[in-house]
Design a protein around this ligand. Sequence first.
Ligand code: NAG
Ligand code: NAG
Length: 471
Amino acid sequence: MDLLSSLPDEVLCHILSFFTTKEAALTSVLSKRWRNLFALVLNLDIDDSTFLYPEEGKRKREGVLQSFMDFVDRVLALQGNSHIKKFSVMCGTGVEPGHVSRWICNVQQRGVSELDLTICFGYNYFLPPQVFISKTLVELILMSEIRIDGLVEGGVFLPVLKTLLLELVEFRPDQFQMLLRGCPVVERLELVYVEWVPWDETVSSESLKFLKIKYQSSFRSFSFDTPNLVALDYSEYVAGDYPVVNLENLVIARINLLVTADQIKRAREPDNDLLEDHEEDVVLRLGNAKKLMSGIRNVTKLFLSPTTLEVLSLCCVAMPLFNNLTFLAILSHVDLGWQAMPVLLKNCPHMETLVLWGLLHCETDKCGDACDCISREDKGRSLISCPVEKLHIKRFRGTTRELKMIKHFLYSFPCLKKMEIHAEENGPTTFELPGMYEHVVEQMILYNELSSCDVQFMVCDSLYRKWTTAQ
Ligand SMILES: *[C@@H]1O[C@H](CO)[C@@H](O)[C@H](O)[C@H]1NC(C)=O
Ligand SMILES: *[C@@H]1O[C@H](CO)[C@@H](O)[C@H](O)[C@H]1NC(C)=O
Protein backbone atom coordinates (compact mmCIF):
# COMPACT_ATOMS: atom_id res chain seq x y z
CA MET A 1 0.00 0.00 0.00
CA ASP A 2 2.82 2.38 0.92
CA LEU A 3 4.55 1.97 -2.38
CA LEU A 4 1.26 2.60 -4.17
CA SER A 5 0.49 5.59 -2.01
CA SER A 6 3.72 7.27 -2.98
CA LEU A 7 2.67 7.38 -6.63
CA PRO A 8 1.27 10.60 -8.03
CA ASP A 9 -2.50 10.96 -8.42
CA GLU A 10 -2.45 10.76 -12.23
CA VAL A 11 -0.68 7.39 -12.14
CA LEU A 12 -3.05 5.96 -9.55
CA CYS A 13 -6.01 7.21 -11.54
CA HIS A 14 -4.58 5.52 -14.60
CA ILE A 15 -4.21 2.28 -12.64
CA LEU A 16 -7.82 2.51 -11.46
CA SER A 17 -8.99 2.84 -15.03
CA PHE A 18 -7.87 -0.75 -15.69
CA PHE A 19 -10.35 -2.13 -13.18
CA THR A 20 -14.05 -2.56 -13.63
CA THR A 21 -16.01 0.16 -11.94
CA LYS A 22 -17.01 -2.27 -9.24
CA GLU A 23 -13.41 -3.16 -8.41
CA ALA A 24 -12.28 0.43 -8.60
CA ALA A 25 -15.07 1.47 -6.28
CA LEU A 26 -13.88 -1.04 -3.68
CA THR A 27 -10.62 0.90 -3.37
CA SER A 28 -12.58 3.98 -2.44
CA VAL A 29 -13.43 2.44 0.92
CA LEU A 30 -9.71 2.35 1.71
CA SER A 31 -9.11 6.00 2.39
CA LYS A 32 -10.20 9.51 1.64
CA ARG A 33 -7.42 9.88 -0.94
CA TRP A 34 -8.60 6.87 -2.91
CA ARG A 35 -12.19 8.06 -2.68
CA ASN A 36 -11.18 11.35 -4.21
CA LEU A 37 -9.18 9.58 -6.87
CA PHE A 38 -12.08 7.34 -7.76
CA ALA A 39 -14.16 10.42 -8.44
CA LEU A 40 -11.66 11.32 -11.17
CA VAL A 41 -11.82 8.00 -13.02
CA LEU A 42 -12.63 8.76 -16.64
CA ASN A 43 -14.07 5.41 -17.72
CA LEU A 44 -17.08 3.86 -16.04
CA ASP A 45 -17.91 0.31 -16.93
CA ILE A 46 -21.19 -0.80 -15.38
CA ASP A 47 -22.21 -4.41 -15.90
CA ASP A 48 -25.11 -5.75 -13.91
CA SER A 49 -23.93 -9.34 -14.36
CA THR A 50 -20.84 -8.72 -12.23
CA PHE A 51 -23.22 -7.80 -9.43
CA LEU A 52 -26.02 -10.25 -10.00
CA TYR A 53 -24.25 -13.37 -11.17
CA PRO A 54 -22.71 -15.87 -11.27
CA GLU A 55 -24.99 -17.53 -8.74
CA GLU A 56 -27.99 -18.72 -10.67
CA GLY A 57 -31.19 -17.15 -9.48
CA LYS A 58 -29.42 -14.47 -7.52
CA ARG A 59 -30.85 -11.90 -9.89
CA LYS A 60 -34.30 -12.58 -8.60
CA ARG A 61 -33.33 -12.42 -4.97
CA GLU A 62 -34.93 -9.47 -3.37
CA GLY A 63 -32.79 -6.42 -3.04
CA VAL A 64 -29.99 -7.45 -5.42
CA LEU A 65 -31.21 -5.32 -8.31
CA GLN A 66 -31.94 -2.46 -5.96
CA SER A 67 -28.43 -2.55 -4.54
CA PHE A 68 -27.00 -2.59 -8.06
CA MET A 69 -28.97 0.53 -8.96
CA ASP A 70 -28.02 2.19 -5.68
CA PHE A 71 -24.37 1.43 -6.37
CA VAL A 72 -24.46 3.15 -9.76
CA ASP A 73 -26.34 6.10 -8.30
CA ARG A 74 -23.68 6.43 -5.60
CA VAL A 75 -20.82 6.19 -8.07
CA LEU A 76 -22.28 8.94 -10.23
CA ALA A 77 -23.02 11.10 -7.19
CA LEU A 78 -19.42 10.68 -5.97
CA GLN A 79 -18.09 11.84 -9.32
CA GLY A 80 -20.22 14.98 -9.27
CA ASN A 81 -19.72 17.14 -12.33
CA SER A 82 -16.21 15.97 -13.19
CA HIS A 83 -15.44 15.20 -16.81
CA ILE A 84 -16.02 11.64 -18.00
CA LYS A 85 -14.67 10.02 -21.14
CA LYS A 86 -16.36 6.68 -21.52
CA PHE A 87 -19.53 5.19 -20.07
CA SER A 88 -20.53 1.57 -20.68
CA VAL A 89 -23.69 0.03 -19.34
CA MET A 90 -24.78 -3.54 -19.67
CA CYS A 91 -28.04 -4.44 -17.98
CA GLY A 92 -31.17 -6.50 -18.40
CA THR A 93 -34.73 -6.87 -17.30
CA GLY A 94 -35.38 -5.99 -13.68
CA VAL A 95 -33.19 -2.91 -13.68
CA GLU A 96 -35.47 0.12 -13.76
CA PRO A 97 -35.55 1.94 -17.11
CA GLY A 98 -35.92 5.29 -15.34
CA HIS A 99 -32.62 4.74 -13.54
CA VAL A 100 -30.81 3.86 -16.74
CA SER A 101 -32.11 6.97 -18.47
CA ARG A 102 -30.94 9.11 -15.56
CA TRP A 103 -27.44 7.63 -15.73
CA ILE A 104 -27.25 8.29 -19.45
CA CYS A 105 -28.39 11.91 -19.05
CA ASN A 106 -25.89 12.38 -16.21
CA VAL A 107 -22.87 11.38 -18.32
CA GLN A 108 -24.12 13.25 -21.39
CA GLN A 109 -24.16 16.43 -19.31
CA ARG A 110 -20.59 15.71 -18.20
CA GLY A 111 -19.33 15.64 -21.79
CA VAL A 112 -18.93 11.90 -22.31
CA SER A 113 -17.28 11.03 -25.63
CA GLU A 114 -17.91 7.28 -25.79
CA LEU A 115 -21.26 5.79 -24.89
CA ASP A 116 -21.68 2.03 -25.02
CA LEU A 117 -25.17 0.80 -24.11
CA THR A 118 -26.27 -2.82 -23.97
CA ILE A 119 -29.76 -2.58 -22.56
CA CYS A 120 -31.89 -5.68 -22.87
CA PHE A 121 -35.40 -4.82 -21.80
CA GLY A 122 -37.09 -6.56 -24.73
CA TYR A 123 -37.92 -3.58 -26.96
CA ASN A 124 -39.84 -1.92 -24.12
CA TYR A 125 -37.28 0.78 -23.54
CA PHE A 126 -37.03 4.16 -25.21
CA LEU A 127 -33.75 6.03 -24.99
CA PRO A 128 -33.91 9.49 -23.46
CA PRO A 129 -33.79 12.06 -26.31
CA GLN A 130 -30.58 13.50 -24.77
CA VAL A 131 -28.66 10.53 -26.20
CA PHE A 132 -28.99 12.07 -29.64
CA ILE A 133 -27.92 15.58 -28.69
CA SER A 134 -24.27 15.99 -27.76
CA LYS A 135 -21.38 18.16 -28.87
CA THR A 136 -18.85 15.72 -27.38
CA LEU A 137 -20.02 12.25 -28.35
CA VAL A 138 -17.53 10.57 -30.70
CA GLU A 139 -18.61 6.95 -30.41
CA LEU A 140 -22.12 5.60 -29.83
CA ILE A 141 -22.67 1.87 -29.48
CA LEU A 142 -26.22 0.63 -29.03
CA MET A 143 -26.39 -3.13 -28.67
CA SER A 144 -29.79 -2.93 -27.19
CA GLU A 145 -33.22 -4.28 -27.77
CA ILE A 146 -34.64 -0.86 -28.35
CA ARG A 147 -37.04 0.74 -30.77
CA ILE A 148 -36.03 4.09 -32.16
CA ASP A 149 -39.10 6.21 -32.64
CA GLY A 150 -40.11 9.81 -32.10
CA LEU A 151 -36.97 11.47 -33.47
CA VAL A 152 -37.87 14.71 -35.16
CA GLU A 153 -35.99 17.03 -37.50
CA GLY A 154 -33.44 18.85 -35.35
CA GLY A 155 -33.78 16.22 -32.62
CA VAL A 156 -30.46 14.63 -33.56
CA PHE A 157 -27.35 16.75 -33.18
CA LEU A 158 -24.15 14.73 -33.00
CA PRO A 159 -21.69 17.02 -34.78
CA VAL A 160 -18.51 15.11 -33.83
CA LEU A 161 -19.80 11.54 -33.87
CA LYS A 162 -17.39 9.32 -35.84
CA THR A 163 -18.54 5.80 -34.96
CA LEU A 164 -22.09 4.49 -34.77
CA LEU A 165 -22.66 0.79 -34.07
CA LEU A 166 -26.22 -0.47 -33.87
CA GLU A 167 -27.22 -4.01 -33.05
CA LEU A 168 -30.73 -5.36 -32.40
CA VAL A 169 -32.17 -1.89 -32.77
CA GLU A 170 -35.52 -1.40 -34.49
CA PHE A 171 -36.19 1.68 -36.61
CA ARG A 172 -39.69 3.04 -37.18
CA PRO A 173 -40.34 4.84 -40.51
CA ASP A 174 -37.93 7.69 -41.38
CA GLN A 175 -36.07 7.34 -38.08
CA PHE A 176 -32.86 5.96 -39.57
CA GLN A 177 -32.73 8.86 -42.04
CA MET A 178 -33.32 11.30 -39.23
CA LEU A 179 -30.50 9.79 -37.19
CA LEU A 180 -27.97 9.72 -40.03
CA ARG A 181 -28.71 13.31 -41.05
CA GLY A 182 -27.81 14.43 -37.52
CA CYS A 183 -24.33 12.82 -37.79
CA PRO A 184 -22.55 14.92 -40.42
CA VAL A 185 -19.03 13.51 -39.86
CA VAL A 186 -19.78 9.87 -39.10
CA GLU A 187 -17.13 7.59 -40.64
CA ARG A 188 -17.99 4.15 -39.37
CA LEU A 189 -21.49 2.67 -39.36
CA GLU A 190 -22.32 -0.90 -38.42
CA LEU A 191 -25.85 -2.28 -38.61
CA VAL A 192 -26.25 -5.80 -37.26
CA TYR A 193 -29.64 -7.47 -36.76
CA VAL A 194 -31.37 -4.15 -37.23
CA GLU A 195 -35.12 -4.19 -37.88
CA TRP A 196 -36.58 -1.70 -40.29
CA VAL A 197 -40.13 -0.58 -40.85
CA PRO A 198 -40.84 -0.47 -43.78
CA TRP A 199 -38.33 -2.49 -45.76
CA ASP A 200 -37.09 0.24 -48.08
CA GLU A 201 -33.96 1.98 -46.91
CA THR A 202 -31.17 4.24 -48.10
CA VAL A 203 -27.85 4.78 -46.40
CA SER A 204 -26.97 8.30 -47.40
CA SER A 205 -23.84 9.99 -46.07
CA GLU A 206 -21.02 12.06 -47.54
CA SER A 207 -18.64 11.29 -44.68
CA LEU A 208 -19.06 7.53 -44.30
CA LYS A 209 -15.88 5.49 -44.91
CA PHE A 210 -16.70 2.09 -43.42
CA LEU A 211 -20.09 0.40 -43.59
CA LYS A 212 -21.04 -3.01 -42.26
CA ILE A 213 -24.51 -4.41 -42.83
CA LYS A 214 -25.27 -7.82 -41.45
CA TYR A 215 -28.31 -10.01 -40.97
CA GLN A 216 -31.22 -7.67 -41.40
CA SER A 217 -33.84 -9.37 -43.52
CA SER A 218 -35.30 -9.12 -46.99
CA PHE A 219 -35.30 -5.50 -48.09
CA ARG A 220 -37.78 -4.49 -50.77
CA SER A 221 -35.16 -2.03 -51.85
CA PHE A 222 -31.83 -0.86 -50.54
CA SER A 223 -29.76 2.08 -51.76
CA PHE A 224 -26.20 3.19 -51.08
CA ASP A 225 -25.59 6.88 -51.46
CA THR A 226 -22.15 6.92 -49.87
CA PRO A 227 -19.72 8.37 -52.40
CA ASN A 228 -16.75 8.37 -49.99
CA LEU A 229 -17.12 4.86 -48.64
CA VAL A 230 -13.81 2.98 -48.66
CA ALA A 231 -14.83 -0.40 -47.21
CA LEU A 232 -18.11 -2.29 -47.40
CA ASP A 233 -18.92 -5.44 -45.45
CA TYR A 234 -22.29 -6.72 -46.67
CA SER A 235 -23.86 -9.93 -45.38
CA GLU A 236 -27.45 -9.96 -46.44
CA TYR A 237 -30.26 -11.50 -48.47
CA VAL A 238 -30.43 -10.00 -51.95
CA ALA A 239 -32.72 -6.96 -51.87
CA GLY A 240 -35.72 -6.70 -54.18
CA ASP A 241 -33.94 -3.81 -55.84
CA TYR A 242 -30.83 -1.63 -55.55
CA PRO A 243 -32.10 1.63 -57.09
CA VAL A 244 -28.99 3.67 -56.23
CA VAL A 245 -25.51 2.23 -55.72
CA ASN A 246 -23.22 5.21 -55.33
CA LEU A 247 -19.91 3.76 -54.12
CA GLU A 248 -17.47 5.58 -56.35
CA ASN A 249 -14.51 5.44 -54.01
CA LEU A 250 -14.89 1.94 -52.66
CA VAL A 251 -11.60 0.04 -52.30
CA ILE A 252 -12.48 -3.11 -50.34
CA ALA A 253 -15.71 -5.12 -50.41
CA ARG A 254 -16.73 -8.25 -48.53
CA ILE A 255 -19.89 -9.63 -50.03
CA ASN A 256 -21.89 -12.44 -48.50
CA LEU A 257 -25.22 -12.75 -50.28
CA LEU A 258 -27.42 -15.09 -48.29
CA VAL A 259 -29.72 -17.56 -50.05
CA THR A 260 -32.01 -20.40 -49.11
CA ALA A 261 -31.38 -23.96 -50.31
CA ASP A 262 -34.40 -23.65 -52.59
CA GLN A 263 -33.07 -20.47 -54.16
CA ILE A 264 -29.79 -22.25 -54.86
CA LYS A 265 -31.67 -24.99 -56.68
CA ARG A 266 -33.38 -22.35 -58.82
CA ALA A 267 -30.12 -20.54 -59.42
CA ARG A 268 -28.60 -23.69 -60.91
CA GLU A 269 -31.51 -24.24 -63.31
CA PRO A 270 -32.54 -20.76 -64.39
CA ASP A 271 -33.52 -21.85 -67.89
CA ASN A 272 -36.04 -24.37 -66.74
CA ASP A 273 -39.27 -23.63 -68.64
CA LEU A 274 -41.31 -25.37 -66.03
CA LEU A 275 -40.57 -22.72 -63.46
CA GLU A 276 -43.66 -21.41 -61.79
CA ASP A 277 -44.28 -17.71 -61.45
CA HIS A 278 -43.01 -17.33 -57.93
CA GLU A 279 -39.91 -19.27 -58.86
CA GLU A 280 -39.18 -16.92 -61.72
CA ASP A 281 -39.46 -14.14 -59.17
CA VAL A 282 -36.73 -15.81 -57.18
CA VAL A 283 -34.44 -15.88 -60.21
CA LEU A 284 -35.22 -12.25 -61.04
CA ARG A 285 -34.63 -11.18 -57.47
CA LEU A 286 -31.26 -12.89 -57.20
CA GLY A 287 -30.37 -11.46 -60.59
CA ASN A 288 -30.61 -8.02 -58.98
CA ALA A 289 -27.26 -8.71 -57.38
CA LYS A 290 -25.80 -7.50 -60.67
CA LYS A 291 -26.76 -3.91 -59.76
CA LEU A 292 -24.82 -4.23 -56.53
CA MET A 293 -21.83 -5.82 -58.29
CA SER A 294 -21.79 -3.13 -60.92
CA GLY A 295 -21.76 -0.49 -58.18
CA ILE A 296 -18.67 -2.00 -56.56
CA ARG A 297 -16.78 -2.64 -59.80
CA ASN A 298 -13.92 -0.24 -58.99
CA VAL A 299 -12.73 -2.11 -55.90
CA THR A 300 -9.16 -3.32 -55.63
CA LYS A 301 -9.88 -6.03 -53.04
CA LEU A 302 -12.91 -8.30 -53.11
CA PHE A 303 -13.98 -11.13 -50.78
CA LEU A 304 -16.86 -13.41 -51.84
CA SER A 305 -18.70 -16.05 -49.81
CA PRO A 306 -19.75 -19.46 -51.21
CA THR A 307 -23.41 -18.48 -51.50
CA THR A 308 -22.44 -15.27 -53.28
CA LEU A 309 -20.79 -17.37 -55.99
CA GLU A 310 -24.06 -19.24 -56.48
CA VAL A 311 -26.03 -16.00 -56.74
CA LEU A 312 -23.51 -14.53 -59.16
CA SER A 313 -23.97 -17.47 -61.48
CA LEU A 314 -27.30 -15.84 -62.34
CA CYS A 315 -25.59 -12.59 -63.25
CA CYS A 316 -22.73 -14.01 -65.32
CA VAL A 317 -23.84 -12.32 -68.52
CA ALA A 318 -24.04 -8.98 -66.75
CA MET A 319 -20.88 -9.39 -64.66
CA PRO A 320 -19.02 -6.07 -64.68
CA LEU A 321 -15.36 -5.73 -65.52
CA PHE A 322 -13.35 -5.36 -62.30
CA ASN A 323 -10.65 -3.27 -63.83
CA ASN A 324 -8.95 -2.17 -60.63
CA LEU A 325 -9.11 -5.47 -58.82
CA THR A 326 -5.76 -6.93 -57.81
CA PHE A 327 -6.86 -9.18 -54.95
CA LEU A 328 -9.72 -11.69 -55.01
CA ALA A 329 -10.59 -14.03 -52.14
CA ILE A 330 -13.16 -16.76 -52.61
CA LEU A 331 -14.58 -18.97 -49.92
CA SER A 332 -15.66 -22.43 -51.00
CA HIS A 333 -18.13 -24.87 -49.54
CA VAL A 334 -18.40 -28.55 -50.49
CA ASP A 335 -22.13 -28.19 -51.25
CA LEU A 336 -21.92 -24.99 -53.25
CA GLY A 337 -20.75 -24.51 -56.81
CA TRP A 338 -18.14 -22.53 -58.72
CA GLN A 339 -20.31 -21.69 -61.76
CA ALA A 340 -19.44 -18.01 -61.49
CA MET A 341 -15.70 -18.64 -61.24
CA PRO A 342 -14.91 -18.64 -64.98
CA VAL A 343 -16.52 -15.27 -65.63
CA LEU A 344 -15.04 -13.79 -62.46
CA LEU A 345 -11.53 -14.81 -63.50
CA LYS A 346 -12.05 -13.43 -67.00
CA ASN A 347 -13.44 -10.14 -65.69
CA CYS A 348 -10.50 -9.37 -63.40
CA PRO A 349 -7.83 -8.54 -65.98
CA HIS A 350 -5.38 -7.12 -63.43
CA MET A 351 -5.63 -9.72 -60.71
CA GLU A 352 -2.34 -10.34 -58.88
CA THR A 353 -3.39 -12.42 -55.88
CA LEU A 354 -6.07 -15.07 -55.67
CA VAL A 355 -7.01 -16.62 -52.33
CA LEU A 356 -9.10 -19.77 -52.29
CA TRP A 357 -10.44 -20.64 -48.85
CA GLY A 358 -10.99 -24.30 -49.57
CA LEU A 359 -10.81 -26.02 -52.95
CA LEU A 360 -13.60 -28.53 -52.53
CA HIS A 361 -16.87 -27.39 -54.07
CA CYS A 362 -19.95 -28.88 -55.63
CA GLU A 363 -19.32 -30.06 -59.20
CA THR A 364 -21.70 -28.43 -61.64
CA ASP A 365 -21.57 -28.31 -65.42
CA LYS A 366 -20.02 -24.83 -65.53
CA CYS A 367 -17.12 -25.03 -63.09
CA GLY A 368 -15.20 -27.17 -65.55
CA ASP A 369 -14.21 -24.01 -67.34
CA ALA A 370 -12.09 -23.09 -64.33
CA CYS A 371 -11.15 -26.37 -62.71
CA ASP A 372 -10.80 -29.94 -63.85
CA CYS A 373 -13.82 -31.39 -62.06
CA ILE A 374 -15.60 -32.11 -65.30
CA SER A 375 -13.77 -33.46 -68.25
CA ARG A 376 -14.44 -31.24 -71.25
CA GLU A 377 -12.57 -29.92 -74.22
CA ASP A 378 -12.14 -26.38 -72.98
CA LYS A 379 -11.14 -27.52 -69.52
CA GLY A 380 -9.59 -24.66 -67.58
CA ARG A 381 -10.01 -22.15 -70.39
CA SER A 382 -10.74 -19.25 -68.05
CA LEU A 383 -7.43 -19.70 -66.24
CA ILE A 384 -5.33 -19.16 -69.33
CA SER A 385 -6.20 -15.47 -69.63
CA CYS A 386 -5.86 -14.79 -65.91
CA PRO A 387 -2.66 -12.89 -64.98
CA VAL A 388 -2.63 -13.99 -61.33
CA GLU A 389 0.88 -14.32 -59.87
CA LYS A 390 0.19 -15.43 -56.33
CA LEU A 391 -2.22 -18.16 -55.38
CA HIS A 392 -3.00 -18.85 -51.74
CA ILE A 393 -4.89 -22.01 -50.94
CA LYS A 394 -6.25 -22.30 -47.44
CA ARG A 395 -7.92 -25.21 -45.64
CA PHE A 396 -6.21 -27.82 -47.81
CA ARG A 397 -7.37 -31.27 -46.70
CA GLY A 398 -4.96 -33.39 -48.67
CA THR A 399 -7.50 -35.23 -50.86
CA THR A 400 -6.64 -36.56 -54.29
CA ARG A 401 -9.12 -34.20 -55.86
CA GLU A 402 -7.41 -31.18 -54.34
CA LEU A 403 -4.00 -32.42 -55.45
CA LYS A 404 -5.34 -32.75 -58.99
CA MET A 405 -6.75 -29.23 -58.87
CA ILE A 406 -3.43 -27.82 -57.66
CA LYS A 407 -1.63 -29.50 -60.53
CA HIS A 408 -4.23 -28.16 -62.93
CA PHE A 409 -3.74 -24.61 -61.58
CA LEU A 410 0.04 -24.92 -61.90
CA TYR A 411 -0.24 -25.82 -65.56
CA SER A 412 -3.06 -23.45 -66.50
CA PHE A 413 -2.36 -20.11 -64.83
CA PRO A 414 0.32 -18.76 -67.17
CA CYS A 415 1.83 -16.10 -64.86
CA LEU A 416 1.84 -17.98 -61.57
CA LYS A 417 5.04 -17.34 -59.57
CA LYS A 418 4.11 -18.36 -56.07
CA MET A 419 1.67 -20.81 -54.59
CA GLU A 420 1.18 -21.11 -50.85
CA ILE A 421 -0.89 -24.01 -49.58
CA HIS A 422 -2.06 -24.00 -45.99
CA ALA A 423 -3.21 -27.25 -44.43
CA GLU A 424 -6.66 -27.36 -42.82
CA GLU A 425 -6.43 -26.65 -39.10
CA ASN A 426 -9.88 -27.32 -37.76
CA GLY A 427 -11.60 -29.82 -40.04
CA PRO A 428 -10.99 -33.33 -41.32
CA THR A 429 -7.89 -34.04 -43.39
CA THR A 430 -6.36 -37.14 -44.94
CA PHE A 431 -3.10 -36.56 -43.08
CA GLU A 432 -4.06 -38.95 -40.30
CA LEU A 433 -4.15 -41.83 -42.80
CA PRO A 434 -0.91 -43.83 -42.89
CA GLY A 435 1.57 -42.44 -45.40
CA MET A 436 -0.76 -39.76 -46.72
CA TYR A 437 1.06 -36.79 -45.25
CA GLU A 438 4.36 -38.03 -46.68
CA HIS A 439 2.66 -38.57 -50.03
CA VAL A 440 1.33 -34.98 -50.09
CA VAL A 441 4.74 -33.56 -49.17
CA GLU A 442 6.36 -35.62 -51.93
CA GLN A 443 3.84 -34.34 -54.46
CA MET A 444 4.55 -30.76 -53.39
CA ILE A 445 8.29 -31.24 -53.82
CA LEU A 446 7.60 -32.67 -57.26
CA TYR A 447 5.35 -29.74 -58.24
CA ASN A 448 8.08 -27.41 -57.13
CA GLU A 449 10.68 -29.11 -59.28
CA LEU A 450 8.53 -29.53 -62.37
CA SER A 451 7.10 -26.03 -62.58
CA SER A 452 8.62 -22.55 -62.54
CA CYS A 453 6.30 -21.67 -59.67
CA ASP A 454 7.51 -21.60 -56.07
CA VAL A 455 5.18 -24.03 -54.28
CA GLN A 456 5.10 -23.99 -50.50
CA PHE A 457 3.10 -26.34 -48.34
CA MET A 458 2.53 -24.92 -44.89
CA VAL A 459 1.32 -26.65 -41.77
CA CYS A 460 0.35 -24.93 -38.58
CA ASP A 461 2.06 -25.93 -35.40
CA SER A 462 -0.95 -26.27 -33.17
CA LEU A 463 1.11 -25.61 -30.07
CA TYR A 464 2.79 -22.41 -31.18
CA ARG A 465 0.19 -21.26 -33.75
CA LYS A 466 2.99 -20.72 -36.22
CA TRP A 467 2.95 -21.72 -39.89
CA THR A 468 6.01 -23.56 -41.12
CA THR A 469 6.94 -25.04 -44.45
CA ALA A 470 6.51 -28.79 -44.48
CA GLN A 471 9.48 -30.89 -45.54
C1 NAG B 1 -15.23 3.68 -61.69
O1 NAG B 1 -14.13 4.51 -61.97
C2 NAG B 1 -14.30 5.29 -63.13
C3 NAG B 1 -12.99 6.02 -63.37
O2 NAG B 1 -12.44 6.52 -62.19
C4 NAG B 1 -15.47 6.23 -62.94
O3 NAG B 1 -15.69 6.98 -64.11
C5 NAG B 1 -16.73 5.42 -62.66
O4 NAG B 1 -17.81 6.26 -62.36
C6 NAG B 1 -16.49 4.49 -61.49
N1 NAG B 1 -17.63 3.60 -61.36
C7 NAG B 1 -18.18 3.30 -60.22
C8 NAG B 1 -19.37 2.42 -60.25
O5 NAG B 1 -17.75 3.68 -59.15
C1 NAG C 1 -9.90 2.28 -61.61
O1 NAG C 1 -10.18 1.96 -62.96
C2 NAG C 1 -10.50 3.08 -63.76
C3 NAG C 1 -10.89 2.57 -65.12
O2 NAG C 1 -11.94 1.66 -65.04
C4 NAG C 1 -9.31 4.01 -63.78
O3 NAG C 1 -9.63 5.15 -64.54
C5 NAG C 1 -8.96 4.42 -62.38
O4 NAG C 1 -7.81 5.21 -62.36
C6 NAG C 1 -8.72 3.22 -61.51
N1 NAG C 1 -8.53 3.63 -60.13
C7 NAG C 1 -7.63 3.10 -59.33
C8 NAG C 1 -7.61 3.59 -57.93
O5 NAG C 1 -6.84 2.26 -59.69
